[in-house]
Structure formats: structure tokens, C-alpha cells
Write a protein that binds this ligand. Structure first.
Ligand SMILES: [Zn+2]
Ligand SMILES: [Zn+2]
Length: 422
């Protein structure tokens, strides 16, 4: 039942957190990944093996976002032959003990019961050290175009639905998450997954989306075209186009960029596999609790990274300062990127060589997502001059990303855009 007028404390806190004011001094950064798959859907390892990988690699929080479900109820899986370098009973038993693992024989096959999120949380969570957040990737499509929307800190799963076009399909999933948030009072957020997967989601769609603030600027899956393809824009440029269009149409409404793994493969590691450890977020909040992390995310008090560690991102009303944790022998370029309020609003459609039109992000003026200042070093500040709609910082490291999704990828970090207030 929808109860209007009675909003829980967490909702107020999230709303109050929209101001760019600095977080409480006791706040710190927590490391986490919001996009992960397990044997509950199309990942190739047991959920607690996956969670254990993240915990052992210094993550503080993890959302297992299997497709169209939360890990509850009874589910049994049949294991592939041991030679497949896939999940194996022996490594599973070795990690958690034979008493933990539940099997049954069906004909000549052995099946294993997947543990529920509740069981895994009891096993692996540690207060102030490791938190698991219920999540799901609402996996839909419009015709041939995939439309995937993550939902973080859900109370119950949301069925996928299809709308009248890509934007409407996306909006339905976003609205379903916001409806659940409103009716349960539990802090939760939708985010748009890999917009260039299947070349399905355009910057214009994302700018027009209502009630949603997050998209994946970096997704570690090797098939999601973060970089674009020469004709179609990459997610980095897409972000600036979204911000320029959205802030023109929905003043004050940001779009924040997330780095995530979208990990599926946990047994063979190479750039062509969707492995864990590629992209993550560092969220500033006083406590390692879902509602605090979500409040931090909603006020843009986080950064996304593929390896660069930031000591601080300081956001004043009209200045953005970045301080990097220096790694020996590594150099850094800090690039401040923004779009002027007076940017040229004209755009042209992309028409490929074969003349066959397709829906893709249009071409915009180079004023959109312009480099405003570039500094070599480990700290830099950008002071607003007056005409900026927003400014964000991209940090490019000279260090090659270990097992990145491409072999030439160097480590990066992205701060969230600081929006100029009227
Ligand atoms: Zn997806
Ligand atoms: Zn996914």
C-alpha cells in the first residue's frame, strides 16, 4: 500500500544530502562494486566464492546484481565437467568446508544448492569491514536493443518490462525502483548499465530520463564498447553530452558516472573475459551501511576508478580540488572537463557510410565536454570562471591497468561533476 506523507528518516537524509556541502569529518571512503554476477544467473562461480574474492581483495561492499532476481528461495545447479575450468565442487568445499556445501544426486548428475543472500551475508559480512547489498540487474530489451538497469538495495525483485521504445523501457525500470523506494521507505537507487552494449542507449535518451542520476561510465565487460567505435561516441564523451542536455532541460539534475566490473568469469583471467577487479567506486560516508552509502552516492560524494586512488575530492560551491595518492614511478594527468552554459545547442545526426540510419547519439559542438584545464601532478584545483554548467575531473595515470578490458588501458579515476548553482 502506498502511504503518502509518511517518509522514513532515510528518505529525508538522502534528500538533504543533495547539497554539495562536505560530508561529516568522520566520513571516509569505502570501496565497492555494484555490478556482479554469480551462478544464480550467468556468472560462473558460487555467490559466496564471488563475494569472498571481493572481500579478500580489499572491497568493503558488494552488490551481487544477478539478472532479474535477488538470491532467495531454493535453486539447484548442475555443475559442468571439472575440466571446463569452471566452478568446481572441490574448490568450493576447500574454501568453505564440506559441511557448508549441499549436494544431491539427480540421475547421474550432481547438483548443488545455491546459498541465498541471507545465508551468504551471515557467513561473510563483518560490521564496518564488509557489507553485502541486495541488488538485481533488471534485464529487459526493446526489440533488438538490450536495456539493463541495476537496482541497488532492493527489498524485492522487479520484473523486467518492455515499453514503447528504448527510453520508455528504461524509464519503466527506473520508475519501478523509485516506486519500491517510496513504498518501502528503504533507500535504493537505479543505475543505467553499459549504455553502448548493443549500441542501444543514446545520450539523448539518458538526458531525457526522469528521476535517475547514475550511469556506467566504465564497465569492465569486454563487449560493452566503453570507447565507442569511431562513429558512435564512447561513454566518456556521452557523459558530457548527457550533462549538457540534461542540465539544460532539468536544471540541477546531475548524472553521475559509475565504474563497475559486470563480472561473470572467475576462473580464467584475460582481457577478453569479464573478470572482477576492473572498475569500482569509492564512496564517502560515515558508516558502512547501505543507506549511508546511497546517501553518499546521491550527493555525488564518491569517485569511480580503475586503479587510481584519490586522497580527497574537495567540492566547494565554485571549486573542485583533487588530491591523488602518489604511487612510486607513476605520473598523473588531471584533466578538468566542462561545458559552458552558452554552448552551441546545434547537433547533427550520425549517418554511417552505408546510408542506413540508426538511432545513435548525435554529433555535438566541441564546446561540450571541453578540456578547461590540464595539470601534470598529484593535486590540482579548478575555480569556476562563471560560464561553466558543471566541471568534473578525469585523472589519467601512466600505469597500465592490470588485466584491463583492453591491453592498452591505463588506470583512471573520475570525480563526479560539480554543478554550478544558479
Ligand atoms: Zn547487462
Ligand atoms: Zn551485468
Amino acid at each position: 500500500m502506498l502511504i503518502l506523507g509518511i517518509l522514513p528518516e532515510t528518505t529525508f537524509r538522502a534528500a538533504a544530502a543533495l547539497s554539495p556541502a562536505a560530508a561529516a569529518p568522520t566520513s571516509r571512503y569505502w570501496k565497492g562494486n555494484l555490478h556482479t554476477h554469480t551462478l544464480w544467473s550467468d556468472g560462473d562461480d558460487f555467490p559466496e566464492m564471488v563475494a569472498d574474492w571481493y572481500k579478500a581483495h580489499g572491497y568493503h561492499f558488494l552488490a551481487l546484481s544477478d539478472h532479474n532476481l535477488i538470491q532467495e528461495g531454493e535453486k539447484w545447479v548442475r555443475l559442468p565437467p571439472a575440466s571446463d575450468k569452471k566452478a568446481s565442487l572441490s574448490s568450493y568445499r576447500m574454501k568453505f568446508g564440506a559441511g557448508w556445501v549441499e549436494t544431491r544426486e539427480v540421475g547421474t548428475n550432481t547438483e548443488v544448492r545455491l546459498k541465498t543472500l541471507g545465508e551468504i551475508r551471515k557467513l561473510l559480512e563483518e560490521r564496518g569491514k564488509f557489507l553485502m547489498i541486495p541488488a538485481s540487474e533488471i534485464t529487459s530489451n526493446y526489440k533488438v536493443w538490450p536495456v539493463h538497469v541495476n537496482a541497488t538495495n532492493l527489498r524485492y525483485p522487479i520484473p523486467a518490462s518492455t515499453g514503447t521504445n528504448v527510453l520508455d523501457t528504461m524509464q519503466r525500470s527506473v520508475d519501478a525502483v523509485l516506486f519500491q523506494r517510496r513504498t518501502t521507505g528503504q533507500a535504493m537507487i537505479p543505475h543505467i548499465n553499459h549504455p553502448n552494449f548493443g549500441w542501444s542507449i543514446t545520450a539523448e535518451d539518458l538526458a531525457d530520463l526522469r528521476g535517475e542520476k547514475f550511469f556506467e561510465v566504465y564497465n569492465g565487460h569486454p563487449e560493452v564498447h566503453n570507447e565507442g567505435d569511431g562513429t558512435r561516441v564512447g561513454t566518456e564523451r556521452m557523459w558530457d553530452i548527457i550533462l549538457a542536455l540534461r542540465l539544460s532541460k532539468q536544471p540541477g539534475m546531475p548524472t553521475y558516472g559509475l565504474a563497475v566490473d559486470d563480472s561473470h568469469r572467475y576462473h580464467q583471467f584475460s582481457p577478453s573475459e569479464s573478470n572482477p577487479g576492473r572498475g569500482w567506486i569509492m564512496v564517502r560516508s560515515p558508516r558502512l551501511q547501505a543507506e549511508d552509502l546511497i546517501a553518499g552516492l546521491e550527493r555525488g560524494d564518491f569517485y569511480s576508478t580503475t586503479g587510481v586512488e584519490l586522497l580527497d575530492v574537495h567540492r566547494e560551491k565554485r571549486s573542485l580540488r583533487v588530491r591523488i595518492k602518489q604511487e612510486a614511478g607513476v605520473t598523473y594527468t588531471i584533466r578538468f572537463i566542462g561545458t559552458p552554459k552558452s554552448f552551441d545547442r546545434n547537433s547533427t545526426p550520425i549517418v554511417p557510410k552505408d546510408g542506413r540510419p540508426y538511432a545513435t547519439t548525435r554529433r555535438y559542438s566541441p564546446e561540450v565536454g571541453k578540456t578547461l584545464r590540464e595539470v601534470e601532478g598529484t593535486s590540482a584545483t579548478y575555480e569556476f570562471k562563471g560560464d561553466e554548467m558543471y566541471v568534473r575531473a578525469l585523472v589519467i595515470s601512466s600505469k597500465l591497468k592490470e588485466n584491463g578490458h583492453s591491453k592498452t588501458e591505463t588506470e583512471r579515476a573520475w570525480t563526479q561533476p560539480l554543478i554550478a548553482l544558479p
